[in-house]
Design a protein around this ligand. Structure first.
Ligand code: PLP
Length: 391
């Protein structure tokens, strides 16, 4: 255990670094060392660290109104909902703070709809290796091996199918099936995009069987994949969608969006102390206005291609197993289980460190700020090249 860690409940092992400042793609620790950050709080800081626009909105809104209560309207909440509806195929929005909470809301809405329209159908098919959050129900919904048991008794009703295998969906379906919940690009599983054909067939199957299609866009939404929402790449419309991570640009904000016909909560079914508070809603609106601009998104797509080409070159130069991803959510496959070692070595580089993430023992994941520049990408690629060249 680190000397630093005397008072925190142990949940994970962290490196002996205390970060004190961030700006754009850069973090600085208390010793003054700089790090080029391709993790960005797990794909959270869409505009990088401490963007001026977020700082300004936080300062302004905090002097105006922090929290009148979730039982009253406030202007930022109404405006953010209206903007999300304009930008998407959805009609209604519920706000919360985290991805797990938005996904819980989606599950509750689907089950409520199942009670009202489908004779009590409640099962929600999700996928092997998927990740939907760490509440008890979301651990059950997630497809991480063992996660549906470690805190037993767990909420149940989340049978698992295999991504890109429609037969596996049909096999686990029962008369109680009410929805299918899918990440269009599985993030924690290692940046695995769903096949376009699979997604179209899944959409058709959901329509035919009266199942809701729930897209968990907590990681893929808000420009991360080069479009406002990843479902746009697939030419399908989900019935429900959840957003978190990037929508807050670093502050806790999440949302559940639905089509009008699924707007079926009874009063009191759903809510929460911080749901739709003006401080986070105002930030969300500022982030959306920056990111969901066609010029901005086009730049994200270009930067995604630029990063992909650079990673591909590193892969061929050093005998790695290639790169994959969509937009600025990418991964580099290694031939051996050394991803954690690469992450540590990258962080330890001097004079400037590089922050990477290893979602799998043989995989590096890249989720830089959507505002990363080509120069910064070059710098990161140079450091990666140096790491793989080392014996
Ligand atoms: C991160 C993530 C979540 C959980 O979000 P939290 O804000 O940590 O609760 C859910 N789904 C996906 C796809 C995620 O990447």
């Amino acid at each position: 255990m680190s000397d630093l860690d005397q008072a925190l409940i142990s949940i994970t092992s962290r490196p002996d670094i205390v970060f004190s400042q961030g700006k754009g793609s850069w973090l600085v620790d208390e010793e003054g060392k700089r790090y080029l950050d391709l993790v960005q709080g797990w794909a959270v800081n869409s505009l990088g660290h401490s963007p001026a626009v977020v700082a300004q909105v936080l300062a302004n809104q905090s002097t105006q109104l922090l929290n009148p209560s979730p039982a009253f309207y406030n202007r930022p909440m109404l405006e953010l909902a209206k903007r999300l509806v304009e930008l998407s195929c959805f009609d209604r929005v519920f706000f919360a703070s985290t991805g797990a909470e938005a996904n819980e809301a989606a599950v509750k809405l689907a089950r409520r709809w199942g009670q009202k329209e489908r004779g009590g159908a409640y099962e929600i098919i999700s996928f092997e290796n998927s990740f939907h959050g760490r509440s008890l129900a979301m651990m059950s919904a997630s497809g991480k091996p063992g996660w549906d048991r470690i805190f037993a008794p767990m909420p149940n009703g989340f049978p698992k199918a295999r991504l890109n295998d429609l037969n596996s969906v049909e096999r686990v379906a029962t008369p109680e099936t009410v929805a299918v919940m899918v990440e269009l690009v599985q993030g924690e599983a290692g940046v695995i995009p769903a096949d376009p054909g699979f997604v179209r067939e899944l959409r058709a199957l959901c329509t035919e069987r009266q199942w809701l299609l729930i897209a968990d866009e907590v990681q893929t939404g808000i420009g991360r994949c080069g479009r406002a929402f990843a479902y746009e790449h697939y030419g399908v419309e989900p019935d429900l969608m959840t957003l978190a991570k990037g929508i807050g640009g670093g502050i806790p904000l999440s949302a559940l969006l639905c089509k009008e016909r699924f707007n079926c909560f009874d009063p009191g079914d759903q809510g929460g102390t911080y749901c739709g508070n003006p401080l986070t809603a105002a930030v969300g609106l500022a982030v959306l206005n920056e990111v969901c601009d066609e010029g901005f998104l086009e730049t994200v797509r270009h930067r995604g291609q630029y990063l992909a080409a650079g990673l591909q070159k590193i892969s061929s130069d050093h005998g790695l197993l290639g790169e994959r991803g969509v937009g600025l959510l990418r991964a580099l496959a290694l031939p051996t289980h050394r991803a954690e070692q690469v992450v540590s070595a990258a962080r330890a580089l001097e004079p400037v460190g590089l922050l990477l993430n290893a979602p799998r023992p043989n995989l590096l994941r890249f989720m830089p700020a959507l505002t990363i520049t080509e120069n910064e990408i070059d710098e990161a690629l140079g450091m990666l090249d140096q790491l793989f060249a080392a014996p």
